[in-house]
Write a protein that binds this ligand. Sequence first.
Ligand code: GDP
Ligand code: ZN
Length: 295
Amino acid sequence: MTLKGLLIKGYNGFYYVETEGRIWSCSLRGRFRVKKQRFLPGDRVKFTVIDPDKGCGVIEELFPRQNELIRPPVANVDKVVITFALHNPKPDLLLLDRILIQVLQAGIEPLICFNKADLVTEGECDAILSPYVFAGYDVIAVSAYSRQGIDKLKLAIHGNLIVMAGPSGAGKSSILNAIDERFHLATGELSKKVERGKHTTRRVELLPLEKGTYLADTPGFSSLFLPDKIERSDLQKFYPEFAVFAQDCPYTSCLHDRERDCGVKNAVTQGSIDAGRYERYCLFLEELKEREGKY
Ligand code: GDP
Ligand code: ZN
């Protein structure tokens, strides 16, 4: 009998595959070892049942991956929950935009989650969220303390394999505890894992949240650099709110930088595009120019 399942973790040459609520301990067919095929948490596999009582099997087939992350090493990620505090600490929006670009470039859907809504007024919250809402991204305000927005967050990740991202202190561990009290994560615990991960190759494991929803137990996207493959002309695709105004630019190649009569710059002046988002775009543009200039 063969079954299909989700690879939860690998350990000592064994792979733990979940299907219909049961975990099977599987080895690999020799040909995979010959090919040095790497299996990752998140992989969808087909396995032959060897011993149904002991729950043992052999992996026969690896289904094509939707995407593949390097840090953490996970396949088929549906969403990255980019978490920042609204206050204490104040959100570093340059870092947020950088992570957003990394996630989008990896081909994964971002969900921007602003935590600690209990510390700001509704107006302050709106002011931070609205540029991202206007850009068309999925944004949610939550409070791990008051549980505001937690059910909405649960709904947004339902049935997904998620990775958390964002600086330590944003409240990632606290949010996970609010989502599922079985976690018992100490505050800062999730972040510590990333720091450890820099020195050792940490094993990554998927933690089940609810039926069909999984979380990689190590957060990702801590790089402070823009992905290598991005060129300066690509940058504006990460700022989708520019598009309609860019139609008024005199050239289709306009970078909305030093050009005259630029539709995007005019929209910023008129307040139609958020000035902060535009400034960060300009900073990234300089970064890319410097990088290109090096070669
Ligand atoms: P992590 O490093 O991203 O995992 O963040 P933690 O979950 O460790 O939270 C960092 C700090 O923020 C801790 O002192 C938490 O108690 C606090 N914190 C987390 N969530 C909230 C929240 O919703 N409201 C407030 N006021 N503080 C929070
Ligand atoms: Zn322009």
